[in-house]
Structures are given as structure tokens and as C-alpha cells.
Write a protein that binds this ligand. Structure first.
Ligand SMILES: [Fe+2]
Length: 348
């Protein structure tokens, strides 16, 4: 196996390659380094099987979609990822391969709901921002949960063999790798801590938000890269009314309900695996600026926004609220939850 970190920055991207098979994968590629990655692949005569992010990043723009457009490789993400341009969603325990190299997906939420770690070749683990070298990733972004993070680290990562090498998505002190054994013993955030103690520590970090969080999340979550749409502030996103799918269902079932549903995913998702709700209207988030005139008639109606996981639609709801729509709601947890509840869907 040929394995290397590619950026030499605080923000880490990893190349996993089988040189004999000429196959590679890049984990957590960053947008500003695409040329470097393509040069590296060409030099070693490698083709990309896939690119993947360990989670939806809030501090830098992901290069996954751009690399897919340039090379035709697949983009893989966890099934809770809000991203529209994902070819395959993985979940806990799935096995991926790069040539003869085997990679096991461990769902390790807490930093974000879609955080995973990749257990590569049974000798190293790429931990994203779940556990860092002598630290852990913050758990205070939307969907973060310190308790989940503690459980993921202690029950999944710390049960790997002690000599397993640890490669995180960030390091701010110049470290490049650690081991599970070392982190278990000396990581100041979590070594020897109870779940409650860990939550207490994480709740009191009081970290400032990353500088470019709004513009980065806009693209990483929704692929919106359009000057006409101003990404809502976090405070505005937090104010969006969240409606449980059960309530959405009962609203629809009420005879004569005057509710309108806007599904803000892409067409391939609308008619894809998860399907869509009968009578919902497809308006991809990125298309909202083009449709403002035709949406005007709905300004005072009850509107329910729908997407895959409830993240993109929360953004769309906040955008519509900002444009003066008076009764805007988001369907919490999106079509993933709707399907999980066994509610009916249509696919064309
Ligand atoms: Fe992160």
C-alpha cells in the first residue's frame, strides 16, 4: 500500500493507493489543492476509484465534487451526508476497496452526524475530526453531540488494536500521526474520563466559529455556489421551525390541507432511492433564485421544505423566510426519516 498525507498543512488529506493495481482514493481532499492531487496521481500512474470526506467540513471547501467532475471518479459519503452529488452512501461496517486494499467504514458521529472513520488495511485509522492527536474535534456545530462522540471513540476507535496508527483530518501542533494506544492513555480530553465528564469538558470549550463557516458550509452541504443566494446566518438556521415527519404526514392526510411542500433536492434524488412525497414540488436549492416569481403566490401559505436529511431544506427554509415567506417549516431529518417510518413515496 502507498499511503501519504498530501497537503502538509494543518488540514490533512490522505492518498491511499495500490500501486500494482494503479488504483487510488483520496480522503478529505481540499479545494485549493486539486492541481497537486491530479499531478500526484498522474506521476504515479494512478486512477481514482473514489474520493470521500470523513464528514461535512465546516472549515474548508471540499474538493470531492470538483474532482469527480475532472476525473469521473465516484464520491462516497455517509448516508447522513446532506451533499447532493454523492454516488454512493456508506454506513457503519461497510467495506470499501482500493485495488487490493480493504477499508472498513466505522460510523463515528459526534463532531457531525455524518462523521466516519476509515479503518485501512487493518493497521491504520483515518479519524476525521472525531479524535485528533491529543485532542478531539469540537461537538458544538449543528448536529454535533459530545455524548455520541464519547461513545464512538470509546466503543469503536479505542477497541481497535493499540498499535493501530491514527491519522486525523487536522493537526495544529505539527504532529503527523499517533496510535490508538497512545491516545487511549494520554489524550487529555478523553483518557480516563467518564461520559459525563467528557460532555462537561466539551460543553465548556467556548470556541469561536471558524472564520469562513457560512460560505464553506453553503457549498459543502448544498453545492450552492451562487452570488445571488446569501447563505443564512447560523442564528437564522437555528430559528427555522422543525416539523417531525409524523406531523407532516398528518398535515398531508388532512382533507383539504392547504399546505405546500417544496422538495429542494436534485432531480436524480427526487426520483431516486428515497423517492419523494406525493404532490411535493421539486425546487433544487440552487434553483430558488430562478423561481422567485412563480413562488410569490405561496408567500402566505404554510410551506414545508424537504430534502434528504433535513440540512439543505433548513437552509432553503431560512432563505425563504429571509425573502418574506411567512409560514415556513422544515421536515426534520428529511426523506431518510420519512422512508425509515415506512411512509409512502413516489419515484417518478
Ligand atoms: Fe470538521
Amino acid at each position: 500500500m502507498f499511503f501519504t498525507e498530501l497537503n502538509n498543512l494543518q488540514c490533512k488529506s490522505y492518498l491511499i493507493a495500490d500501486l500494482d493495481a494503479g488504483k487510488a482514493a483520496i480522503i478529505d481532499p481540499i479545494y485549493t489543492n486539486i492541481d497537486r492531487y491530479l499531478g500526484m496521481l498522474a506521476y504515479h500512474k494512478l486512477t481514482l476509484d473514489f474520493v470521500a470526506d470523513t464528514h461535512t467540513h465546516a472549515d474548508h471547501r471540499s474538493a470531492c465534487t470538483a474532482i469527480k467532475r475532472l476525473t469521473g471518479c465516484n464520491v462516497l459519503m455517509h448516508k447522513l451526508s446532506p451533499q447532493p452529488n454523492v454516488d454512493d452512501h456508506y454506513t457503519d461496517g461497510d467495506m470499501l476497496s482500493v485495488g487490493a486494499i480493504k477499508i472498513k467504514v466505522l460510523h463515528t458521529p459526534g463532531h457531525t452526524p455524518d462523521s466516519v472513520s476509515f479503518y485501512v488495511n487493518e493497521d491504520r485509522v483515518l479519524t476525521g475530526d472525531v479524535i485528533l492527536i491529543q485532542g478531539t474535534g469540537r461537538a458544538d456545530f449543528a448536529g454535533g453531540d459530545a455524548g455520541d462522540q464519547y461513545d464512538a471513540i470509546t466503543s469503536k476507535l479505542f477497541t481497535l488494536p493499540e498499535e493501530t496508527l491514527v491519522f486525523p483530518a487536522h493537526d495544529y501542533r505539527g504532529n503527523t500521526q499517533s496510535t490508538i494506544g497512545a491516545e487511549k492513555e494520554t489524550n487529555p480530553r478523553i483518557a480516563g474520563k467518564t461520559r459525563d465528564e467528557y460532555i462537561e469538558i466539551m460543553d465548556n470549550l467556548n470556541l469561536p466559529l471558524p472564520e469562513r463557516i457560512q460560505e464553506v458550509l453553503q457549498i459543502n452541504q448544498s453545492e450552492i455556489d451562487d452570488d445571488r443566494i446569501k447563505f443564512p446566518l447560523l442564528a437564522e438556521l437555528n430559528k427555522v421551525l422543525q416539523m417531525e415527519p409524523e406531523l407532516v404526514k398528518s398535515r398531508i392526510d388532512q382533507a383539504g390541507a392547504d399546505t405546500v411542500m417544496f422538495d429542494v433536492r436534485e432531480l436524480h434524488e427526487f426520483n431516486g432511492e428515497l423517492g419523494h412525497i406525493k404532490n411535493s414540488r421539486l425546487i433544487p436549492v440552487a434553483d430558488i433564485p430562478n423561481q422567485l416569481e412563480s413562488l410569490e403566490v405561496f408567500k402566505d401559505k404554510e410551506i414545508i421544505l424537504i430534502c434528504r436529511s433535513g440540512v439543505r431544506s433548513t437552509t432553503a427554509a431560512a432563505i425563504l423566510k429571509g425573502l418574506g415567506f411567512s409560514n415556513v417549516n422544515n421536515m426534520k431529518d428529511g426523506m431518510l426519516k420519512w422512508n425509515e417510518l415506512g411512509y409512502p413515496v413516489e419515484r417518478s
